[in-house]
Design a protein around this ligand. Structure first.
Ligand code: 13P
Ligand code: SF4
Length: 340
């Protein structure tokens, strides 16, 4: 059973509220930012408009660091719910609001706390490493939290003779097993976005654009990673595509990241990776896309929905997250992540 962490209960966004169609949403959001001393944090998977109005755009690790360091009174988290939970865990004195509390994640959904507790019990001598794409309850049962940008480093820092259980993403887990030579026991979750790309269709697209390089997120299945020239977190994919000498790229991750790529390298061409039928909107995360400028504005006006974890749960989930921040290599000095 999931603990209530989002308020008001049962409400996704504050929909039903009328917004004057003539309202200048951008100006109003900026006004509210000043009035409420708020900071807007956005993931690369958010719509371009939201990325552009955010104070900071980044990947999961960048955003966690930013949430832990901010001196704003209010954190407006444009991403999905587990990311807003992380902000509350790391910055309990700030109010953490989000445009739509229904913005979940298929990885989190696949790994319910009761089922994870049973899994953990089955492997009492294993170190429990979990991907940040999980609920606060699952984090509280973990020894280490990782993101796609620090997972390999973290796993390599653990004693070689200690067995590990890894969840909830089995593709990321299998990739890490191949990279580190470990034999982690994997939870069987997947990301509904990264799982849908087709290696055959990517190869076909590459045939018609022979100079194009393929960049993929490690949440993709092995067949996709095998046809990729670069594998990494969203920030790493962005850095690769914008710093490479190549002019064309096939991007096997959520397609909104192309907004940043295009801003940094307007002369380059970026193709979202296709799915099995070659034409679906496979590269779009239905959870991320619940957030809109209207809902962003309303959550700042209403200061709701907001995330507040019960203190005992927050403190338990903080431990493995703090370990993550301590172990992670420092961010690159001139990183494109700092889209401020
Ligand atoms: P990163 O931000 O760590 O690249 O993860 C991508 C993702 O799927 C977030 O939901
Ligand atoms: Fe979850 Fe995948 Fe959406 Fe990221 S892209 S929030 S992993 S469903």
């Amino acid at each position: 059973m999931k603990t209530q962490t989002v308020f008001p209960p049962g409400q996704g966004s504050m929909t039903g509220q009328e917004i004057d169609p003539l309202l200048d949403l951008e100006a109003e959001i900026n006004r509210l930012k000043r009035e409420k001393n708020a900071v807007i944090l956005a993931h690369y998977y958010q719509d371009g408009e939201i990325q552009d109005i955010a104070d900071f755009v980044g990947d999961s690790l960048d955003l966690s660091r930013k949430a832990a360091q901010t001196d704003a009174d209010m954190i407006v988290f444009c991403g999905v719910r587990f990311m807003a939970e992380v902000a509350n865990i790391l910055s309990p004195d700030k109010k953490v609001v989000l445009p739509d509390a229904a913005a979940g994640c298929s990885l989190e959904d696949s790994c319910q706390p009761d089922a994870y507790a049973a899994f953990r019990k089955k492997y009492p001598n294993h170190i429990a490493v979990n991907y940040i794409n999980s609920s606060a309850e699952v984090k509280a049962m973990s020894d280490y939290i990782v993101t796609s940008s620090n997972a390999e480093h973290t796993i390599n820092s653990l004693p070689k003779d200690s067995p590990i259980i890894f969840g909830p993403d089995r593709h990321l887990g299998a990739y890490l097993n191949r990279k580190t030579g470990r034999d982690m026991v994997l939870w069987p979750g997947t990301c509904i976005v990264h799982e849908q790309f087709s290696a055959r269709e990517i190869t076909r697209l590459k045939d018609s654009h022979p100079g194009a390089l393929v960049a993929a997120h490690p949440e993709c299945p092995e067949a996709i990673l095998e046809v990729s020239d670069h594998i990494g977190s969203t920030r790493s994919i962005l850095e690769f595509a914008t710093s490479s000498k190549a002019k064309e790229f096939i991007v096997a991750t959520e397609q909104n990241i192309i907004h940043q790529m295009q801003k940094i390298s307007p002369e380059k061409i970026f193709y979202p990776a296709p799915g099995a039928d070659g034409s679906c909107n496979c590269a779009q995360c239905p959870f991320m896309e619940l957030n809109t400028m209207e809902k962003l504005y309303l959550c700042m006006v209403n200061e709701a929905p907001y995330v507040k974890l019960p203190e005992n749960l927050r403190v338990a989930a903080l431990k493995p997250l703090q370990r993550m921040l301590e172990i992670s290599p420092p961010p690159a000095k001139k990183s494109v992540a700092a889209a401020e």
